[in-house]
Design a binder for this molecule. Sequence first.
Ligand code: FES
Length: 361
Amino acid sequence: MNSFYKLKTVKVQKDTNDAVNVALEIPEELKDKFRFKQGQYLNFKLMVNGNEERRSYSICNAPSEKSNTLEVLVKLLENGKVSGYFNEHLHMDEVLEVMPPMGGFNTSYHPSNTKTYVGLAAGSGISPILSNLKESLYQEPNSNAYLFYSNRSMNHVMKKAEIDKLVEQFNGRLKVVYLVSREKHEDPIFEGRISPAKLNHLFERYTDIDVKEATYFICGPSDMIKGISDYLKKEKKVPAIQVLFEYFSAPDEEDSAEMSDEFKAIANIESMVTVIIDDDEYSFHLNSKKESILDKALKDNLPVPFACKGGVCCTCKAEVLEGEVFMEKNFALTEDEVARGFVLTCQCHPTTNVVMLNYDV
Ligand code: FES
């Protein structure tokens, strides 16, 4: 199971007025632990105003850049405790507690491929998409990439200097279209958020791609992800394996309410839950209607991994070895992972009298 390591900031640089670009140095002895794939994220643990807070931020650099740093972008959120700390107080040479990279928002690349990759990003959703698109361009000299990137205004476009430089560097293999949602533009196609209708227009005007053949990376607000991924899969018949997305917050209440009804319907049972963490076994009693398995483990001071507690980040992933559980929400595991018995323990309740879960996966 992953734990936290101390990493030093070697860059703390304002990227826009409300976002900061932070680079962490990876010392030689942690190189293997912090080896990453494009599109992965880092979990941070820090004390803010006397409370321990955990947050996940996506890595925005790409493995092929061969840097000895990992970079994240942190956008300042309204009342954001951690984003506020990163944007207003974090300084150079500060030591942060960070877990090794996690997440599977990526695809594999091969130099002989001739493919098209399309990044659809909003706001700070650019981080994992930039990482993926850069890696595709470095690793596949015959592939092309498109980036459609929406922000409130052009002043809010994160990593703009780097993106514009990449367009030149890859000499026509990367095409970028910026959209603004709260600013007027002389051509309305550049106004508004990325919706299915907008995407259709953008494809017609800016690409000559076979929509069904391309691979898509989507990251932004949950309604955008849902709308675009449904549109690509259902209307454009893009195979699901080519539509990759990552939520950075839990989708809206509609879904939660639906899940909550399912939760209400599960049987009321007492269960003996055993969890394996770093090869050690811990057991506790838990009622199926009470807190999640993760919350109960935390209450018992067990060293279980977590970050978002919202079914989004995947940090609390475990494998069910025995018994069954009900998972309230899942915005992180793939269908295949669920079929193989993986669960998000922050969302799980036991539904059999005996349950055994392994966190060492
Ligand atoms: S802690 Fe993030 S999905 Fe469970």
